[in-house]
Design a protein around this ligand. Sequence first.
Ligand code: AMP
Length: 298
Amino acid sequence: MRVVVTAEQLRQVRREFNGSVGLVPTMGALHAGHLALVAAARDENDVVVASIFVNPTQFAPTEDLSTYPRDLQRDLALLIDAGCDLVFTPTPEVLYPSGFQTYVTVETLSQGLEGARRPGHFRGVATVVAKLFNLIQPHFAYFGQKDAQQVVVIRQMVRDLNLPLEVVVLPTVREADGLALSSRNAYLAGEQRPAAAVLSRALGAAGAAYAAGERHPGVLREQMLALLGAEPLAEAEYVSIADARTLVEQEAPSDNPLLASMAVRVGRTRLIDNLLLPLALNTRAGLGSVLGAAPSGA
Ligand code: AMP
């Protein structure tokens, strides 16, 4: 496995590759969710590239950029075992040299949900992902359902900018108690860790209600809030039932696919999770057909 830091090194190694290239962009502190993306990329491509970069432009000044978990040596060992061919580990100066001033904004889709609570977040995400796509020139790029709005934003960007690659979306990998794997789970201490399973329990309650025929977004949101409210260590930042294609918050019952999602603080740790409704959509094929898919007829 090669490890490169600069854009020049990356372009040089990229020129040596033949066949299809699969990219897995990450911020490191790798876990089984990331490794599921690498495994799929390994199965489906001649060459697998991972990037590890804690992207400063997607963090607000008040957020956890400086404390975000970093363990490059462990990450590289995991990527060797996963059969990765090349890892790109740029420094902030490599991707944002002094004088940098060009950003990618995916306008409407970046505004709700996470975008409303994290202004500028998706501008940072879209910008860094566009740069990674341009540098690495993958044929396939692998992303997790865990960050559902990110998938929607990136697939829109890929279409709008005619980027020559396909985005693959894989289901969220979870702990045995349902907690979605996340690098930020490392912040959870003591009783916070079991308490954090309340996010997936709340989504599960909405999923069960939906499966039993409930279609009213307000009722589905109430179901989730009731579970979250019963966990003293959890504080909901938002709970959403949105149209899964447009991400527009829903008020009226409908049979269109829905995205149930939330951000919840457990202590100082901000956790997010989501589930597509109906539940059968939470597969690679289902996610790909709904999250960020081109409008029908397009
Ligand atoms: P991050 O390092 O948090 O930027 O995540 C890198 C990629 O891994 C993103 O596409 C995430 O959506 C994905 N990812 C993170 N957590 C999970 C998980 N629990 N299951 C599946 N994919 C995940």
